[in-house]
Design a protein around this ligand. Structure first.
Ligand code: NAP
Length: 437
């Protein structure tokens, strides 16, 4: 996969980024503000440089995935952006759904509000939501990262994904990768972590300081979100009950689950009803789970049911943006009112939200040994369709990861060396300018 063309494009990338157009770096030193403009080198061949990626040109089944070395490199477009060389990416159920067109209307609106009215389309579209990699370039206002930093992030679904050599994100979406993890291990965490944190904190009202001794039920505990959430909640001191298949019991207990209920053996609702009531239910299964889950919560005590399986994007896909959003809003509102009045519990929807600072906190928990990556399967970059097939079979036990760059890749080392040299040169230039002023 490390073709001559890709190598050539990567070295051109160094040139493009080291000398990015109009990029202004401002440093404040000893009370003086110095302006440094990077030189622009704009030969057409450089500006047309490409990278390798897996793309789709239409929505459909696995056959729509196409490998190409002709995707334009996503260079820095705004001062707050960070460009990352991707070492590893992981797949989520969302990738399979998006491959089939799920959420297409809302994502198109989020990418570019004007594109909804035009015939422009989103293709070629790059899937892949998790990235672990190395920073190769930073916008002029980036303060938290420098080239060479090892980082991880969850790429928002409205942005070009991580099944590519490079991805560009805003500084806010990125975090320093845990030191203890390889890129493959690190790529298994960001998207499920951002989802779990958003759902448990924003919708579930839990946090490090109040979760101790709270009783939490996680349905679908053996998958990506579940295996992460168990560990996060245990790190926060909560009591965690998990539903999963019998053959996943060892896994979830190993991650810290206090009680495990096998949903494949008998009536799950009946079994859960014999237990003490819960403060929070995190539902990763959906369907009829919510029908019995409300009755499992402590009434009139602020208990919350949070489901990750929501109809919002299905509604906007089938009914259009306005009707779909209104319909979803109406569904949420009526369920929330009904449940607070009849059961005294809150009904909420949980969503992934990009959040680099939240990943900083996760990084600390990982380096403290409190959260482990759960990598079930890994595939080389040549086998992305096989990785999708694995995910589509269901029954996940943690995450499926794609090795985008092999970690001993010489070409990447060269890129980083060059990047570090450019940074050193830039800083020297800034200091000289400062002295002259
Ligand atoms: N709203 C959002 O922003 C958001 C973000 C992330 C994920 N999600 C959704 O949340 C759900 C979970 O995500 P994920 O990444 O953890 O999925 P995943 O990795 O595919 O895991 C799903 C897990 O649930 C288990 N399972 C299936 N049916 C079950 C049942 N009836 N009871 C208990 N466990 C069951 C599966 O194993 P077995 O089949 O072997 O039991 C699997 O381990 C997915 O529907 C996903 O689309 C939503």
């Amino acid at each position: 996969m490390a073709s001559v063309r890709a190598m050539a494009s990567t070295s051109l990338l160094c040139l493009i980024n080291a000398k990015a157009a109009g990029s202004i770096k401002t440093l404040s030193r000893a009370g003086c503000s110095v302006c440094f403009r990077r030189n622009l080198s704009s030969s057409p061949s450089r500006l047309q440089s490409c990278m390798s990626a897996w793309v789709i040109d239409q929505y459909g089944t696995n056959g729509v995935l196409r490998y190409t070395e002709e995707v334009t490199i996503p260079t820095i477009n705004s001062a707050s952006e960070v460009m990352i060389k991707v070492y590893a990416a992981s797949l989520n159920p969302l990738d399979v759904s998006m491959r089939g067109g799920y959420g297409a209307k809302l994502m198109k609106l989020r990418r570019d509000p004007f594109s909804v009215m035009s015939a422009d389309n989103e293709f070629p579209l790059i899937l892949g939501r998790d990235v672990s990699g190395v920073v190769v370039d930073c916008g002029s206002e980036v303060t938290h990262f420098t080239p060479g930093d090892e980082v991880w992030a969850a790429v928002p679904p409205w942005k070009q994904g991580s099944l590519a050599e490079f991805v560009t994100l805003t500084e806010y979406e990125v975090s320093h990768k845990p030191k203890l993890l390889s890129h493959i291990e690190a790529a298994s965490i960001p998207y499920v972590a951002n989802t779990a944190l958003s759902a448990l904190v924003n919708a579930g009202g839990l946090c490090r300081d109040n979760a101790s001794n709270k009783r939490v039920l996680i349905t679908g505990g053996s998958g990506g979100v579940g295996t992460f959430s168990i560990q996060l909640l245990k790190a926060w001191g909560a009591h965690v009950t998990v539903t999963c298949s019998q053959n996943a019991e060892g896994l979830v207990r190993g991650l810290g689950a206090d009680e495990v209920v096998d949903y494949t053996a008998g009536d799950i609702a009946e079994k859960l009803e014999t237990m003490d009531k819960f403060d929070v239910v995190l539902d990763g299964v959906g369907g009829d789970t919510e029908e019995y889950a409300m009755g499992l919560l402590k009434p009139w005590s602020g208990a919350k049911y949070v489901t990750l399986v929501t109809p919002l994007l299905l509604n906007t896909d089938s009914m259009g943006l306005l009707d779909g959003t209104l319909h979803a809003g109406f569904t949420l509102h009526s369920k929330a009112i009904q449940n607070i009045l009849s059961n005294g519990v809150f009904y909420r929807w949980g969503f992934y939200a990009p959040d680099g600072p939240a990943l900083d906190e996760v990084s600390r928990l990982v380096d403290a040994g409190k959260i482990l990556p759960v990598v079930e399967a890994q595939f080389p970059f040549t086998q992305v369709p096989q990785a999708f097939q694995k995910l589509e079979q269901g029954h996940a036990r943690g995450k499926t990861v794609v090795r985008v760059t092999e970690e001993d890749d010489e070409q990447t080392e060269e890129l980083l060396q060059s990047s570090r040299l450019d940074t050193a040169e830039s800083e020297q230039e800034v200091q000289e300018t400062a002295k002259q002023n």
